[in-house]
Structures are given as C-alpha cells and as structure tokens.
Ligand binder design. Sequence first.
Ligand SMILES: [Zn+2]
Length: 91
Amino acid sequence: MTLRDKIARELEMREMSIRELAALFECSEREVVQHLRHVMRSARARGRRMYVLPALCLKCGAEIRCRRIRSVRKCPECRSTHVMPPRFRIM
Ligand SMILES: [Zn+2]
C-alpha cells in the first residue's frame, strides 16, 4: 500500500490535519499536501468526497477557508497564531 493509499484510508476513518498526517506517517507536511491533492481527486473518482473542515482562529473565532489544500498558521483577521488547522475527512 502506498503512502497515498494509507492517507486516504486514514481519512476514511477519522478527520486529520496536515500536521497530524505528517507526524503519523513520518513525512513532511509538504508531501502530505501533495498527496492530499491526489487523494481528493481519487476519492471523487470512487464516488466519495474529501471534505475540508475550515481552520479556526482560537483568538477571534474567525473561520478560515482556503481555496487550496494547505495548512494555516496565522489568522488573516487578527494575525494570531493560535489557529486550529484545517482538517480533512473522506466520506
Ligand atoms: Zn483571528
């Protein structure tokens, strides 16, 4: 099973952030982001969908939505770094 398959299988069981996936599979966050782009496409091909739960600023409460798959370290509203990163889940 490839790393990409493992990531997909993990996201079918629970929601995970990019950082959590990188820690779990001992790879870089950059690699995870690249895999997630493909995982998203292949999920769609199998009639499923990868959902992105938006990042949340723990200081001002802003929901931070991104067009692209990436991690979020800073709130665009208040510049706080107390941010819960976006999480991913395949349903
Ligand atoms: Zn904020």
